[in-house]
Write a protein that binds this ligand. Sequence first.
Ligand code: SF4
Length: 452
Amino acid sequence: MTEHAENAAAFVANGERLQWHDKAVWFMRNKRDVARAAVPEWEALRALASQIKAHTISRLAGYLEQFEKNALAAGAQVHWARDAEEHNQIVHGLLEKHEVTRLVKSKSMLTEECHLNPYLEARGIEVVDTDLGERIVQFRKEPPSHIVMPAIHLKKEEIGVLFHEKLGTPEGLADPKALTEAARQHLREKFLAAQAGLTGVNFAIASTGGIVVCTNEGNADLGTSLSPLHIACMGVEKLVPGPQELAVFLRLLARSATGQPITTYTSHFHGPRPGTELHIVIVDHGRSKMLAREEYRSSLKCIRCGACMNTCPVYRHSGGHSYGVTVPGPIGSVLAPHIDPKKHASLPFASSLCGSCTDVCPVKIDLHHQLLAWRGELAAKGLVPLGKRVVSRVGGWVLARTWAYRFFGKLTRLFAPLLPSALLGPWGRQRDLPKMPRESFRAQWRKRAGPR
Ligand code: SF4
């Protein structure tokens, strides 16, 4: 089995969790559909967002320089990092210079990607993730399983047990309100004691030099307003040309992510507050490589809304941890092979290629086409297991010949219902296999059409 399939098998083995995870994630997909239906110009917005991103990444160097110039003019300090190692060194250098030993952090997928927490902890700095979901997975010493809902793989009862152990809540407490209140009290102490606040960046505005951070808990605002040092880490692709373009993305982001019209807090930082410092760390970490590859370039348009995960049948049925990367799901399976094609060769195959991810993506990234392109490229590089290559060849041969398609189709209709469920493995056992009709499609069609 490939790496993703092996990890997924462990997740799928717990049928109850699988069904529950599927429902929880699909619930978010439904909320997105309702929010989308309330905006008649949705498709025009998506097209516009896609065009703005295409324009921005086609002139990325110019926009980055413009952003730096304006951010400096607003009083921020700008740092450039080629890769994760450089990013971590810069952040650590800033904390060291300010003698910081306690840092509060709001959600930042980039810092997860760079493994910043273990880097800082190894150097004696206490790092506290202040997003509730992030704090839960931090307590469990595991990575987030979803980019918007990091602890979506956990039930409230499991969180109750965790909080009892870590925060001393009463044994058996599983009421989400009470658990959230316990986390709030715990985090309040951490906010008050912090010497620096670190945030991610959802959008960076080239024409003003400002950055925008979207959260639902207000933790980014609390973390940055209570301490004298704010470090904001962003990938080079976070740029938008100006405030007008920003408005397009703000309308799409929260609706696509959670079905909300807008995130509860959309915080704008234009330079530091008086008496404090704002440092913006701009990180490449493989993004320039993607920019240079035309067939995958559009993946840089991603605004990390998570909608492609919520709709993906493979993500919903295998869980975020099965991907083994910071960003799971369809977009993660496109991004990861850029970093290490050999290690992540199984990910582009973790897709049914149904195209649902492409349909929901607010910036119109052709995700399923990119996954297919990766499959071809990885096979050409000899990174696909022999069994998968043989099956693909045989499948291609059958699909190219009508008689073979009909013949094997009949065989499948005859024998699939007779397969004992034990042969299907954990994945197949939890599925309702369709009852295969024994009549040919032509006979069924004639019956339905009635006498002529
Ligand atoms: S690829 Fe599209 S749908 Fe997926 S996270 Fe990025 S913006 Fe959202």
